[in-house]
Write a protein that binds this ligand. Structure first.
Ligand code: ACO
Length: 371
């Protein structure tokens, strides 16, 4: 038995949800380029769960479900208010989603219909939780979700308590589409491992949020923002990045296990970042990001991944860094839950082996004889 570090190149499941072939990402066979340009996040969530784009009636039905399920239990809000103010938002989100199970009497109903309902419910409630966590952190009361608006619009409204502008809604909606699913990424794998024991959907999504939090995965977008803040202005990019490269440190937002010639999602976020800068007559963040990219690609041959330009996009939308990875979680909930449903269709516990590299033939030594 020989281990493959990081399971690189190991095919660990079959899936018909999303695929990456020759650098092309598809959701249910539709190129991400088409979806990024034409689809709403609601259409994409439906596509991931049900395997086809919704017709008008089906889409309307899903929107009504989102409206119905979006409010979260008041007891959960009270619980979130007890979290320390400076809590890591992903840690708080992980705890809140875990707690959601306590308030759902169907949490352990493993019928397919109950699980589909939980997927829709979780998707509806994640934005409400993230917005509530943000407001509580600022010492403000959470805002109830609106009815009849998209998830992107509702989220921005619940954050600020005012009607968001069309450009922000469109940019966030496209970002949600781009982050919705990504084959067997670390958090999706974590979700599938958890539910393959026949644990419930809340356990699966809680595991996934834990995996997404790390800076090598979803946490990279917040880390990119921290880096841009540390650099401060474009004149400091060169010295800062060169020092990191000389020290062989990783630059967050670059590189990918699967894409070696570039992440097909990154170009949309780059375009969005450029356009937002032009609109606001302040392209400093965008220009800094481009300069970083030139250096990393020039010296290391590494291309930006989905997280790199999303940092400057969200900042220009007025969203604080603590919410970047939670926004990723809002979007990826659609993918996680689609994978959980798929796992259960033909389930087998996921239990690989480890290559033992420890000591052999050791003897038990009495406590008093140990050094
Ligand atoms: N900056 C500098 N060097 C890098 C970077 C980077 N961002 N990424 C990879 N490298 C280098 C490594 O140091 C290593 O070099 P070496 O062979 O000289 O030691 C080589 O490229 C291979 O890198 P690995 O870390 O082994 O690649 P792996 O496939 O295991 O990891 C990962 C992929 C985690 C994405 C990695 O590229 C990374 O850490 N990137 C930064 C974090 C990041 O942006 N994560 C988000 C990924 S996208 C997502 O999850 C949504």
């Amino acid at each position: 038995m020989t281990a493959t570090k990081g399971l690189e190149g190991i095919v660990a499941a079959t899936s018909s949800i999303s695929s990456i072939v020759d650098g092309v990402l598809t959701y249910r066979g539709i190129d991400i380029d088409e979806l990024a340009m034409h689809a709403s996040f609601e259409e994409v969530a439906y596509l991931l769960w049900f395997g086809k784009l919704p017709n008008a009636e089906e889409l309307n039905g899903l929107r009504v479900d989102f409206d119905t399920f979006a409010p979260i239990p008041q007891l959960l809000i009270e619980q979130m208010k007890l979290f320390p103010k400076n809590v890591n938002t992903m840690a708080a989100l992980r705890s809140a989603v875990s707690a959601l199970a306590v308030y759902d009497e169907d949490a352990d109903d493993m019928s397919h219909s109950a699980n589909v309902k939980k997927a829709i419910k979780l998707q509806a409630q994640l934005p409400t939780i993230v917005a509530a966590l943000s407001r509580i952190r600022e010492g403000k009361e959470p805002i109830l979700p609106l009815k009849g608006v998209t998830i992107a619009e509702n989220f921005l409204y619940m954050l600020r308590g005012e009607q968001p502008d069309e450009i922000s809604i469109k940019a966030l909606d496209q970002a949600l589409v781009l982050h919705a699913d990504h084959e067997l990424n670390a958090s999706t794998f974590a979700a599938r491992v958890t539910v393959a024991t026949l644990s419930d959907m809340y356990s699966g999504v809680t595991s996934a949020i834990g995996a997404l939090k790390g800076p090598l995965h979803g946490g990279a977008n917040e880390a990119v923002m921290r880096m841009l803040e540390e650099i401060g202005d474009i004149d400091h990019v060169e010295g800062y990045i060169q020092e990191k490269l000389n020290n062989r440190e990783k630059i967050m937002g670059f590189g990918h296990r699967v894409y070696k010639n570039g992440d097909p999602r990154a170009k949309y976020l780059q375009k969005m970042s450029r356009e937002l800068g032009e609109m606001k007559n302040n392209s400093e963040l965008y220009n800094m990001s481009v300069k970083i990219e030139e250096m990393i690609t020039g010296q290391k041959g590494l291309k930006p991944n989905v997280d790199f330009y999303s940092a400057s996009v969200y900042t220009q939308l007025g969203i604080e860094g603590e919410l970047f990875t939670p926004i990723f979680a809002i979007s990826r909930t659609s993918g996680w839950t689609a994978h959980i449903l798929e796992q259960w269709v033909d389930n087998r516990i996921i239990r690989p082996r480890a290559e033992y590299v420890g000591l052999h033939e050791q003897k038990y030594i009495q406590l008093e004889l140990r050094a």
